[in-house]
Ligand binder design. Structure first.
Ligand SMILES: *Cc1c(COP(=O)(O)O)cnc(C)c1O
Length: 237
């Protein structure tokens, strides 16, 4: 557990160093701690070390862990970052301040419906498909454009688009990772200039193995699990 604090400090240092090295503004890159498959005790250790932003993949698991954490630590934030089925949206909206994995207009409609029910605003990121290995994310930019048009027409009053997220392919080949993040950055810039009514400042990319590359390519938020909490034990749940 002591390691969690040390790991957090070491990653924050690496983030700050990479910001300086690549000419990014200091403190412009946020750190999310991805706590899937890790216990409330481990999450609490991270909170006590100053970590505020957390990410979870599965709504069921997050709904078991986070309500009690929220009541003890009202300042923390949770984003959902995993593939989201429409029947899980209500519970996702209940606990998350942002859904990062919006990959279809159908999902957008469901998030609006459930957020309206709860009278809650949901921040969302559009997930971009930039590498062959991940299955999720918008592949068709015309479809993404359609999603933005619907947002602009006021169809989703309870949804605030805040930017984009992507996952690089699982590969050791750094040039492929660079090019995946570069693609996401370019798409984000294109939509930013086309849809000025939205504040699309967030570009969520980079994980334990590639967050420094992601920062070099313009990430504003890195999602780090293993390098903070250690290896996940997938047999536990
Ligand atoms: C699990 C996960 C992460 C964190 O991955 P690590 O390699 O453990 O840092 C980041 N983003 C998403 C979408 C994930 O599912």
């Amino acid at each position: 557990m002591q390691d969690i604090k040390q790991n957090l400090n070491s990653i924050l240092n690496k983030i700050r160093e990479t910001e300086i090295k690549t000419g990014r503004k200091e403190n412009s890159v946020k750190l999310m701690a991805v706590s899937k498959f890790h216990s409330c005790e481990e999450i609490e250790t991270a909170i006590k070390s100053g970590q505020i932003l957390f990410g979870e993949n599965r709504v069921q698991e997050a709904s078991e862990k986070f309500p009690s954490l929220f009541s003890n630590y009202p300042d923390i934030n949770l984003h959902m970052i995993g593939v989201l089925q429409t029947n899980k949206v209500l519970n996702a909206v209940k606990i998350a301040s942002c859904i990062q994995s919006v990959d279809s207009i159908k999902l957008l409609k469901e998030i609006e419906k459930q957020s309206a029910k709860l009278n809650k605003n949901m921040n969302i990121l559009f997930e971009l498909h930039t590498g062959e290995e991940s299955k999720s994310g918008f592949t068709d930019l015309d479809e993404l454009k359609k999603a933005f048009d619907l947002c602009e027409e006021g169809l989703f009053p309870h949804i605030t688009p805040c930017g984009f997220m992507t996952m690089a392919p699982f590969t050791q080949d750094k040039s492929i990772i660079h090019s995946s993040f570069k693609t996401a950055y370019e798409i984000s810039q294109k939509f930013k200039s086309e849809y000025k009514n939205f504040n699309l400042q967030e570009l969520s990319m980079g994980m334990s193995g590639d967050f420094e590359i992601a920062i070099e390519e313009g990430s504003t938020l890195v999602r780090v699990g293993t390098a903070i909490f250690g290896e996940r034990d997938y047999t536990k749940k």
